[in-house]
Design a protein around this ligand. Structure first.
Ligand SMILES: Nc1ncnc2c1ncn2[C@@H]1O[C@H](COP(=O)(O)OP(=O)(O)OP(=O)(O)O)[C@@H](O)[C@H]1O
Ligand SMILES: [Mg+2]
Length: 224
């Protein structure tokens, strides 16, 4: 069984009376342990596809199975549960809470799920060491570099032990060196068994993945 199985998915946006098609008959499979990049120009539908993979948006037609479960048949409440449990999101702009320190940002999703504070902190110890942010735990996001902020957001994503790390332009706000460090980290996390789906418009970024799939004007083309 594949981790992600997307079959004949279509998605459009309503513009007045009309629906503008954005994703057109998408077929896409990801196996557990893969590191895949979805590469495409601006407006090609990358974020729309990521929102569907991340159970943040529903498709118009087609099927989406995640870990064998039929996402396309789920109601909003079920989707929220699956999203929290299965998906670790990483965004271009980090989406950290500015008034929380690093540790609070990382454990917040665990606390929201009812884990006690001590246990949540214990669960994150190895992760913060691995990501080299263990000496920054008391700092607020505005006291960190861009690369450090992204490592905090990766730590937050990993803390919930998701099935997939889903990253939308994770290096988009970083300088070349910090971007390369984040990509190297993704490679290491993948070597450790994490499944990663990374969305980017930049071929040089996509090259870090083990497989590249191109999206052009809402259609997926396999590469290589
Ligand atoms: N909520 C929306 N309502 C209407 N149209 C939308 C909406 N979101 C996206 N679109 C349109 O869908 C198309 C694909 O958008 P999407 O954000 O998925 O592209 P993208 O590949 O992520 O682009 P970028 O690289 O600029 O982030 C675009 O033409 C966009 O204008
Ligand atoms: Mg986008």
């Amino acid at each position: 069984m594949s981790l992600i199985e997307i079959k004949h998915v279509n998605k459009g946006y309503k513009l007045g009376e009309e629906t503008v098609p954005v994703l057109k008959d998408i077929n896409f499979t990801v196996e557990k342990g893969e590191f895949v990049a979805i590469l495409g120009p601006s407006g090609s539908g990358k974020t729309t596809l990521m929102n569907i993979i991340g159970c943040m948006d529903v498709l118009d037609s087609g099927e989406y199975f995640l870990n064998g479960r039929a996402i396309h048949e789920m109601r909003e409440s079920e989707l929220t549960q699956v999203r929290n449990k299965e998906i670790g999101f990483i965004f271009q702009n980090y989406q950290l809470i500015p008034t929380y320190n690093v540790m609070q940002n990382i454990i917040m999703p665990l606390l929201m799920r009812g884990m006690i504070h001590k246990e949540a902190v214990a669960q994150c110890q190895d992760i913060v060491k691995l990501l080299g942010i263990d000496h920054r735990l008391g700092h607020r996001p505005n006291e960190l570099s861009g690369g450090q902020k992204q490592r905090v957001s990766i730590a937050r994503a990993l803390a919930s032990k998701p099935s997939i790390l889903l990253a939308d332009e994770p290096t988009g706000a970083l300088d070349t060196t910090s971007g390369q460090e984040v990509l190297k980290l993704f490679c290491e996390l993948n070597e450790m068994g994490n499944t990663i789906v990374m969305i980017t418009h930049d071929m040089n970024v996509a090259k870090s993945a083990k497989r590249i799939v191109k999206i052009i004007d809402g259609e997926l083309l396999a590469e290589q």
